[in-house]
Design a protein around this ligand. Sequence first.
Ligand code: CDP
Ligand code: CDP
Length: 226
Amino acid sequence: ISGRINVAIDGPAGAGKSTVARKVAEQLGYIYIDTGAMYRAVAYAAIGAGITPDDSDRLGQLVQTLKIVLAPGDEGQTVWLNGENVTSAIRTREVTLIVSQIASHEPVRLKLVELQRGLADAKGIVMDGRDIGTHVLPNAEVKVFLVASVKVRALRRFQELSGNEAVPLQQLEQEIAERDRSDERREISPLICAKDAEVIDSTELSIDQVVALILDLCRTKTVEAK
Ligand code: CDP
Ligand code: CDP
């Protein structure tokens, strides 16, 4: 494929965004950027600093002191926070339960969006999140809104859990639904489908099928771009 493009993948929790975004990037030789990991890193730092998730002012100050680096690693990407490898620490339940509230504050979003746009300055980026097609990269050549039923999404997350963090499936489903609602209802850059995004419902699709659909969209766009 000649002519590099940018690919934006948005959607609710557990729809498969990071899994397919990583594979699409791999196939195209592009760079994958997980913006959710950045919000998670801020949430993790807030816990460490004893800042409550409703404290917009202190979160705004905190985010200015954070150096967040995403580096390609064996398992997708490694996340560095002020020199500390936080790749697994940002995936804990403790972080997951507060990240949506952390991400609702304007100073936090302004800072991270600036960082994300800087990373996508050159084309050849696959970025996933909640507001990539609508706000971060409105000119992305390919925009995908990836959805799946909340039941399937909860089940996928359930299967990822290790024994020592066992959470009942029903509770997981409730927490996912609640996080979706909070992401959809926030004032700044809520989770919504961009007008020009392609909706893909992965409820009954395999990872490879979703990847193939997105690669098809990319091919059409790169042919047009020639
Ligand atoms: O992987 P999972 O779907 O659990 O979530 P994530 O992509 O790691 O994102 C965690 C949270 O960060 C989301 O629930 C949103 O509240 C927030 N987020 C956001 O507000 N904007 C983005 N571009 C990415 C994530
Ligand atoms: O990033 P997001 O929260 O949207 O989802 P994810 O972290 O990629 O998690 C999706 C989980 O569902 C992973 O364990 C995938 O292996 C699995 N899965 C998928 O991503 N897509 C499918 N079509 C089927 C399963």
